[in-house]
Structure formats: C-alpha cells, structure tokens
Design a protein around this ligand. Structure first.
Ligand code: P6P
Length: 351
C-alpha cells in the first residue's frame, strides 16, 4: 500500500500559502473558487453529448463566433464563482467585450482574473478535449473598485496562471511562480488530487511540432522554411519532427508540457497577429511553460514581456520545449543558415 498521502488541491494551496506569512488567504480563496468552477464545467462538458446542452444560443461573442451553450455556461459559472467573494477588482473573459466590473452589491478586492472559459469549444461536438485558461493579476489602478487597467498588464506580472483540460480525465494545472503542479479530478469524490507535482517539460522530450499547416500558403517565407526544416523537407534535418495538431490549444499545449515538443500559431498574411489572444490564452500558458523550464514567444520576444494595449489583442504564439522555440526564433529572424554553418553536434542532434 503506497504511503504517499493524498493531496487535494485545497491542501496544496493551503500549504503553499503557509510559505507567505503575510498572506491573507484571498489568493488561496480565488484558487479554490476557480477549482470549484472547473468541477461544475467538467460535469457539463462530460454531458455535452446530450441534445439539451449542445446547439447554439444564436448569439455571437466578441470573436465573431457563434456562442455554444457550453461557452456561455462556462463563462457564467466562473463569473458567479468569483463575483461575490470580495477578492476581485474585476474580470475579463473571452466571451465579454469589455472589462467586467464586480457588481456594486459586492465588495471588491486586490486581484483580477482573466479567463477563456472554454477554449476549443468548436471541438466539443466531436468529443475532442477542450479547456479553460485563467490568469491572475494584482490590482494596480487607483480606481476605487477596479478597471480595465488592472487587466492590461504584461504576463511577467501574473501572480498565478493555469488551465483545466477536459479530456479523458479532467486535469487542473497551475503555477503561482513556484513550479507547475497538476491535479486530476476524481469524479467519485469530486476532488482534484495532486497527480503531477513539479511538472517539467522533458529536457530531451519528444520532437513534436504542432501547427495548422493548412495555413502554409499564408505564412511568411521564414515560417515556411521553419516547418519545412522541422519535417526534413529542406534536407538539413537528419531527425525530422513528428506532427501533432488537435486544434484545441489547451490539449495541444498539455501534450507538449508533459511529453516535450512545441506548439505554434503563427502570424499570417490575413492575421498579422495570429489568432490566439494574449491576455487569457498566451500569457497564462507562457507563465506555465517558463515555470516548467520551457519558453514562450511571439517568434521574436517573450510573450510575457509584451505590454498589452487591449483586452482581446492577439499574438502569434510559439510555446513548449525551449530549444524548439529558440529554433523557431532563429528561422523567423531569418538568421537560420544552412547546416554547414551549424556545429556538427547541432546537426547530429537534428536541431
Ligand atoms: P485553427 C480553438 O478555436 C482555438 O482558439 C484554439 O484552441 C486552437 O489552438 C486554435 O483555435 C485552432 O485554430 O485555425 O487551427 O482551427
């Protein structure tokens, strides 16, 4: 019988909080509330095959996408789990165009939470994994209760970041800047149990690249050269990568986090800033990737150095195994030279 104790996410959060004597518990409560919302969403996602849940509300969100009921449900669950607690000064959600103030009837606090309530929801009807992504910042504005300025912060200022992947099991993965920890939901008791302590992207992990190659003709020559190199089409890579693309950011990222490899959503001629959102998709995942020993950039600069201008601004994203993201940056800078200029070791390693 294993002597390893069962660590719930609540216990993990409390033990982490004890490391900060000045902690008021507000931050811990936010994490509990997010975990609670995740359980509620997981239950509905598991039932997504039921006719009464699927289908469209007929409304359109800020992304111009028809809103599936589960998107809306997930947004409402997270909002209602957090709006009354007195710990937040506001929120931002993929589903809502503007900054979301705390309702006047509730007190406010010193944190704000940004979230994508159900990323990849277009995959739900195909039973493909989907996810929730969240980012936590401290209040910085002088506004009495909170305002958009509190959300418009660069990723390096995040105090916590995480995601929930609703797949064959439901996992919540988060960091507060002290490593990355994964919890798997045990549905029979309704608890997230620590299953992946101190996740690190494997140093010599799998050589996987993840990108929608259907956009190849819209990419820059440098981006095309990169992907040609990754699959050995340029004759300069003795160890071609494998391609994996789920089309669901959280699922693609989660695989890279555990196995190695990297995910790309490049800019293209139509979308000069790519498709993914900086504040509640790229930045939280970038904090996790960096905490797990990986790297996240827009192809030229670290994601978490980008100072945002608007809540829903987009960014190209390259994220995962550090060496792989750095290789992408070499190509995008146009600085990639032929194999003859690389060290013998690098060529042998198929970098
Ligand atoms: P494409 C899902 O719609 C999403 O926002 C991400 O989860 C995913 O990585 C990306 O878009 C897929 O986009 O253009 O490849 O279908």
């Amino acid at each position: 019988m294993s002597q390893r104790s069962v660590v719930t996410i609540e216990r993990h959060i409390i033990e982490a909080e004890r490391q900060f004597p000045e902690a008021t518990g507000a931050f811990s409560n936010i994490m509990y509330d997010i975990a609670f919302a995740a359980k509620m969403i997981a239950r509905e996602v598991r039932r997504a095959g039921l006719a009464d849940v699927l289908g469209y509300t007929g409304e359109v969100n800020v992304q111009g996408e028809e809103v599936k009921k589960l998107d809306e449900f997930a947004h409402e669950v997270i909002f209602k789990a957090l709006d009354h607690t007195g710990h937040l000064c506001g929120m931002a959600s993929e589903e809502v165009e503007d900054f979301i103030p705390i309702p006047d009837r509730f007190p406010t606090g010193k944190y704000c939470v940004l979230f994508d309530p159900l990323d990849g929801s277009s995959n739900i009807e195909a039973n493909v994994s989907v996810g929730t992504i969240f980012s936590v910042h401290r209040k910085i504005s002088d506004h009495e209760r909170g305002c958009a300025e509190d959300c418009l912060q660069p990723g390096y200022k995040q105090v916590a970041a995480g995601y929930v992947v609703y797949g064959s099991s439901t996992m919540l993965v988060y960091t507060t800047g002290n490593g990355v920890h994964g919890f798997t939901l045990e549905p029979s008791i309704g608890e997230f149990l620590l299953s992946h302590p101190n996740i690190r992207i494997p140093e010599k992990g799998q050589r996987i690249y993840s990108v929608n190659e259907g956009n190849y003709n819209k990419w820059s020559p440098e981006q095309r050269a990169l992907v040609d190199h990754l699959k050995g089409a340029d004759g300069q890579n003795p160890r071609p990568f494998s391609a994996r693309y789920i089309g669901s950011l959280v699922a693609d990222f989660h695989r890279n986090l555990l196995y190695g490899g990297f995910f790309m959503y490049p800019a293209d001629h139509k979308n000069r800033n790519g498709k993914l959102r900086l504040l509640y998709e790229a930045a939280p995942l970038a904090m996790i990737a960096e905490q797990a020993g990986g790297r996240a950039s827009d192809g030229f600069r670290k994601i978490n150095d980008i100072v945002p201008d608007s809540l829903h601004q987009r960014t190209p994203l390259y994220i995962g195994t550090r060496e792989h993201v750095e290789l992408a940056e070499q190509f995008l800078a146009g600085g990639r030279v032929g194999a003859e200029a690389l060290s013998i070791e690098a060529v042998a390693a198929g970098v």
